[in-house]
Ligand binder design. Structure first.
Ligand code: SAH
Length: 344
């Protein structure tokens, strides 16, 4: 049996008509699925019991559940979300003044194995289907309302996985999140973060979803970057630079460059100069990220002095720089700390 959320509206409509129901029932059903966030046929109260039974005889309805949640001292909350096959991902809610940001996963595990990231140590398990990404949003949004009295205002695809190696599902989930007929969120409040998959960046540029784009660069030296991020062997820095220019020319957007400062690895004056040079070809905002310790990784965060020096060089090159302090470190919910631990 097919999952009800794996079919499009046309197919849904023909099922409705074939089963002797009025055409407008398809719209009601669609709303339950993509606007009201139903997780079973039973709760679709404006459909007849008879029709709900027919639906459950013909389709499965995979739903996800939160199986654990942990609150950080800084108020961010990490959620463990389980899917129908018992596989789990992590999602995080980060409250700030008048906003609540949800950090969503796009894959179970990750294929990229970046040296500094805990998720990479899990290996790649599977892609999330777009309906599963929407489930993450729905579950976290319900909890955001309960915990913070506020719906989710912003979404960052910075949880587990590489969005651009699951690009079709990521794009489809964004289309559903932003469509007026579904959740109607503003695309400017959604950010995709990628390690820099060239092919995916081109697709994204051509799609022009109007979302924010963040590139996890972490080094503008080809040799260092290849060591930190094996993905750059087939997605070279020079191709990445061209792909970002292409993206900028297509969308007119300023791109965010994420740069994780690792002591004595990528935080020298030369590293800062290389970074500034890499960014000269397009307008960017550079986010300096503090390293979050992960189990067994041989890295340390840069000391304050090296960080200051690094930032000064960028400032001198007229770069816009922000320093990001991670949230949720005490509960391993911060960037790069999301990994399925054994106790779960
Ligand atoms: N695969 C995507 C999104 C997931 S990671 C990407 O690479 O962008 C989200 C961000 O956290 C990335 O910038 C990633 O490089 C960063 N990150 C990974 N491990 C980290 C760690 N230990 N400390 C701080 N940031 C980390």
């Amino acid at each position: 049996m097919k999952d009800i959320r794996n079919i499009d509206f046309v197919e849904l409509e023909s099922f409705v008509i074939q089963n002797g129901e009025k055409k407008f029932r398809a719209k009601q059903l669609w709303e339950w699925l993509w606007k009201r966030g139903a997780s079973s046929f039973q709760e679709m109260s404006n459909l007849s019991a008879n029709f709900r039974n027919k639906l459950s005889e013909n389709f499965t309805f995979h739903s996800a559940t939160i199986i654990d949640e942990i609150i950080s001292n800084d108020q961010s909350v990490k959620f463990i979300i389980q899917f129908h096959d018992l596989k789990v991902v992590e999602g995080v809610l980060i409250p700030q003044k008048d906003r609540v940001t949800a950090c969503l996963s796009t894959q179970i595990g990750c294929p990229l194995a970046c040296a500094f990231c805990a998720t990479g140590t899990m290996g790649f398990i599977r892609n999330l289907h777009y309906s599963e990404i929407i489930d993450e949003y729905l579950l976290l949004n319900n909890r955001a309302k309960e915990i913070f009295n506020h719906s989710i205002t912003n979404i960052v695809f910075m949880g587990m996985g590489e969005p651009l190696t699951n690009i079709d599902n990521t794009i489809k989930s964004i289309e559903i999140l932003t469509s007026r007929d579904c959740f109607g969120l503003s695309p400017s409040r959604i950010t995709i973060s990628t390690a820099g998959i060239i092919k995916g960046l081109k697709t994204l540029a051509d799609k022009n979803l109007r979302c924010g784009l963040a590139i996890s660069l972490h080094s503008a030296d080809p040799v260092i970057r290849r060591e930190l991020m094996p993905v750059s062997e087939y997605n070279s820095l020079s191709d990445l630079q061209k792909a970002i220019s292409y993206y900028h020319n297509k969308t007119g957007d300023r791109i965010t460059i994420e740069y994780l400062l690792l002591s004595k690895v990528n935080d020298s004056e030369r590293d800062a100069e290389l970074l500034a040079r890499f960014c000269r070809a397009f307008p960017v905002k550079i986010n300096i990220i503090e390293y979050n310790p992960t189990d067994n990784a041989p890295f340390q965060k840069s000391d304050a002095q090296s960080r200051e020096k690094f930032i000064n060089i960028l400032n001198r090159c007229n770069m816009v720089v922000n320093v990001r302090h991670s949230k949720g470190q005490d509960i391993a919910a911060a960037c790069g700390q999301l990994v399925k631990k054994k106790r779960i």
